[in-house]
Ligand binder design. Structure first.
Ligand SMILES: *[C@@H]1O[C@H](CO)[C@@H](O)[C@H](O)[C@H]1NC(C)=O
Length: 245
């Protein structure tokens, strides 16, 4: 029963079709400057959606809240289970969109986005091998990054509802590159302050290596947020309102 209400709601919203917020320009597909227009519209969207959007039911982007993100152990050296809850990311709206493209022929979307001074916090549970040490810890994480480049590639499909065409994002992949990352996990190894200190020293002295350990978690966090956002927006704004012919 629980799932019926949101389904009905989604149906009612999608049959009406929401407009693109007026501040965001709908780009003209036949315009030679279509690609340029997309980049500036994407740039605008991050500021327009910064505080969320009621018509679209989009929650605030800056700060961005995520309930839970699970990261499976990776084959090879990153053999840890990670769970993050109450995730808050600050700085999403102040980035620079380097590239954004929407190819309507094969339904692919990509976004290249650079963020500066990004701040994240979350409650974490980590279990497994972290830099060769056995870790089984819960706590609060604070992470900051001075430079963050995020590249997202998504595939989509077009679908029709009541003769109106929409798109739905099917898959999305995130690649990121970060510099000057700092992680503050608090105590990671309980009952052994010496070993805990050593682990923190390794993390602090090798931020780039440690980012490789954290990369799956960072990419999964981002992917979860972007996938949700794109589908929320695209499921409600019909294609003919997103783009002009
Ligand atoms: C993203 O944009 C930056 C800056 O323009 C560029 O250096 C980088 O190579 C781009 N990344 C991808 C994957 O296109």
């Amino acid at each position: 029963m629980k799932s019926i209400v949101p389904l009905l709601l989604a149906f009612v919203i999608s049959t009406l079709g929401v407009d693109l917020p007026p501040e965001i320009e709908a780009c003209k597909i036949s315009d030679p400057n279509f690609h340029k227009c997309l980049i500036s519209s994407a740039q605008k969207a991050f500021t327009v959606f910064a505080n969320g959007n009621k018509d679209l039911g989009v929650p605030s982007l800056d700060p961005l809240h995520l309930d839970v993100v699970l990261v499976e152990p990776q084959p090879g050296s990153i053999n840890i289970d990670q769970k993050y809850t109450d995730v808050v990311i600050e700085g999403m709206s102040t980035g620079v969109v380097n590239d954004f493209m929407f190819n309507l022929n094969d339904c692919t979307i990509w976004l290249n986005h650079t963020l500066k001074h990004l701040k994240s916090s979350a409650n974490y549970e980590i279990k497994g091998q972290l830099l060769l040490l056995p870790v089984d810890a819960k706590g609060h994480l604070l992470a900051t990054s001075e430079f963050f480049n995020v590249y997202i590639k998504a595939t989509c499909e077009k679908f029709k509802e009541q003769d109106t065409e929409y798109i739905r994002v099917l898959t999305s992949k995130v690649k990121m590159d970060a510099r000057n990352l700092q992680f503050d996990f608090g105590v990671l190894i309980n009952g052994n302050p010496q070993l805990d200190n050593d682990l923190h020293k390794v993390i602090n002295d090798n931020p780039n290596d440690f980012f490789e350990v954290m990369r799956p978690a960072c990419e999964a966090l981002w992917n979860t947020a972007i996938f949700k956002l794109m589908n929320t927006v695209f499921a409600q704004i019909p294609l003919h309102k997103l783009f002009k012919d």
